[in-house]
Ligand binder design. Sequence first.
Ligand SMILES: Nc1ncnc2c1ncn2[C@@H]1O[C@H](COP(=O)(O)OP(=O)(O)OP(=O)(O)O)[C@@H](O)[C@H]1O
Ligand code: SF4
Ligand SMILES: [Mg+2]
Length: 365
Amino acid sequence: MTELSKSGAAVGEPVKDSPAPSAFLEVRDLKVHFPTDDGLVKSVDGLSFTLEKGKTLGIVGESGSGKSVTSLGIMGLHTTGQYGKRKAQISGEIWLDGTELLTADPDHVRKLRGREMAMIFQDPLSALHPYYTIGQQIVEAYRIHHKVDKKTARRRAVEMLDRVGIPQPDKRVDSYPHEFSGGMRQRAMIAMSLVNNPELLIADEPTTALDVTVQAQILDLIRDLQKEFGSAVIVITHDLGVVAELSDDILVMYGGRCIERGPAEKVFYEPKHPYTWGLLGSMPRLDREQTERLIPVKGSPPSLINLPTGCAFNPRCAYADVPKDNVTRTVRPELAQVGGRHWAACHMTQEQRERIWTEEIAPKL
Ligand SMILES: Nc1ncnc2c1ncn2[C@@H]1O[C@H](COP(=O)(O)OP(=O)(O)OP(=O)(O)O)[C@@H](O)[C@H]1O
Ligand code: SF4
Ligand SMILES: [Mg+2]
């Protein structure tokens, strides 16, 4: 029996070239590249992970690290969005419940979208149509997959709005998106995403635009609904604290690649990659003074057209000179196992990492 099946864990080392994955969702070597006038933007460049039903995977990383493109790729929506319909190059494998989505008939993928997999978008206004009421949009989403009359579908819409905590749902069902506050719109979108009880839910930064109280409510809501429906959930955020609390496993992205992944408590309490250390240091914490709250990771995110050679993090890494022979600037580190079900892509030895973590990083956190 593998480590993965023993623990029933959400993230494991995917078995390359094995045609029949046992995991509910298995992403293998996913690449999403966009040709642009300046060159090829490698937004996602070789990402692999697995996720089981009933489990939550948190994907975390700075702005531009490829989190949204990953989720759009899984949903088959990578050619839409802010950059128009520019042709994206996508490769790898995305297995959802035994079906490989990249080679599946697009009509079939369209049917799965909404019914088996749904997404809560970063910006609810872009996902909700301004000219239709919230109710009409939920009804439409429901009727695509269920042969029911409008009255039944409307009852379902009211029920979903109630479920996500919209007051007076039988009245608010006839409101237009602009009549809702940001938090209410986010709830309405969650209601729309969940109307068909999807087995995979991707929540892309579901809380960024919301105040702290509403954020907490939305996250609680996702957790409750997951318990109820047993769905697999991917929560995407740049806040390690949010995913640590919500997730079974965490995957940290940098420059379109995974640089660390493992069980949430391991990645959060015993992280092994200097970038994850940086994310921990930049996390807002209640027990810190406002002034000392945010220490962003120094430097800027890498260009996805020309990633730095060697370790993509080396220009920003305080420990780039620790591994010998300048290897961090010449050889790209592969993900290597650093503990049970825990991987990190860094050239430092276990001893070097442990020493820096215990002596320099942990005392400051
Ligand atoms: N259609 C496209 N054409 C060219 N570049 C694109 C396209 N879509 C995304 N990108 C680029 O891919 C990179 C990753 O974008 P993505 O939206 O996945 O980042 P993100 O991690 O979700 O960031 P954020 O936290 O800001 O939401 C960005 O540099 C973005 O500019
Ligand atoms: S490989 Fe080198 S540069 Fe990259 S994270 Fe590790 S120590 Fe830093
Ligand atoms: Mg995004």
